[in-house]
Design a protein around this ligand. Structure first.
Ligand code: IDP
Ligand code: MG
Length: 174
């Protein structure tokens, strides 16, 4: 019996995906991979998070525009946010990246998400609708950036308990 290669992957529906009302289409397409969603949230992306997420690309000429894009600076309110998802399952990364398509939307398979819905902006950023982790190490790094253990409905990486003193927290007023 062979071990199942169970992986996690971070998927982001980027601001263009939200603005173009593609959330449903994207989730439907990704569901073809028959994986399990173990985390989901919608959030504003801080400059710090954007730069950390894309840190491997910090020396690229398009880095500034990329940070602006993922923060919603191209698409504006109320689309200045992303939907972040964590998928889990056998060979999750390859399956999701195949459905997402190649990085460059012009080269991506036309029936992939990026091929069908992506574009290249006049400033030269590949506005390609979704992000998907590229390998297990990157997936772990990214998931730990975007989610706390409490936000994931599965035990995916080891955790520890810590006691915090005098931590300010926002709670519902009533
Ligand atoms: P990936 O998203 O397919 O893993 P990466 O190389 O990790 O591709 O690049 C991250 C994101 O940066 C891409 O999804 C795309 O939005 C943007 N990007 C990557 N390469 C280029 C490029 O050569 N020109 C413009 N934008 C790019
Ligand atoms: Mg990548």
């Amino acid at each position: 019996m062979t071990d199942k290669n169970v992986q996690q992957a971070l998927v982001l529906i980027k601001p263009d995906g939200l603005k173009k009302s593609l959330t449903g289409n994207i989730l439907t397409k990704l569901s073809e991979a028959k994986l399990c969603i173990v985390g989901a949230r919608v959030l504003h992306v801080s400059e710090e998070l954007a730069k950390e997420h894309y840190k491997q690309l910090s020396d690229k000429p398009f880095f500034g525009e990329l940070v602006k894009y993922i923060r919603g600076g191209i698409h504006g309110e109320p689309y200045d946010r992303v939907m972040a998802l964590v998928y889990q399952g056998e060979n999750a990364i390859d399956k999701l990246r195949k459905i997402a398509g190649s990085t460059n939307p012009e080269e991506a398979d036309p029936v992939s998400i990026r091929g069908a819905y992506g574009r290249i902006t006049t400033k030269g950023v590949y506005e390609n609708v979704v992000h998907c982790s590229s390998d297990p190490a990157e997936a772990e790094r990214e998931i730990k950036l975007w989610f706390t253990p409490d936000e994931i409905a599965a035990d995916i990486y080891p955790t520890k308990k810590i006691v915090l003193d005098k931590v300010e927290q926002t709670v519902w007023e009533k």
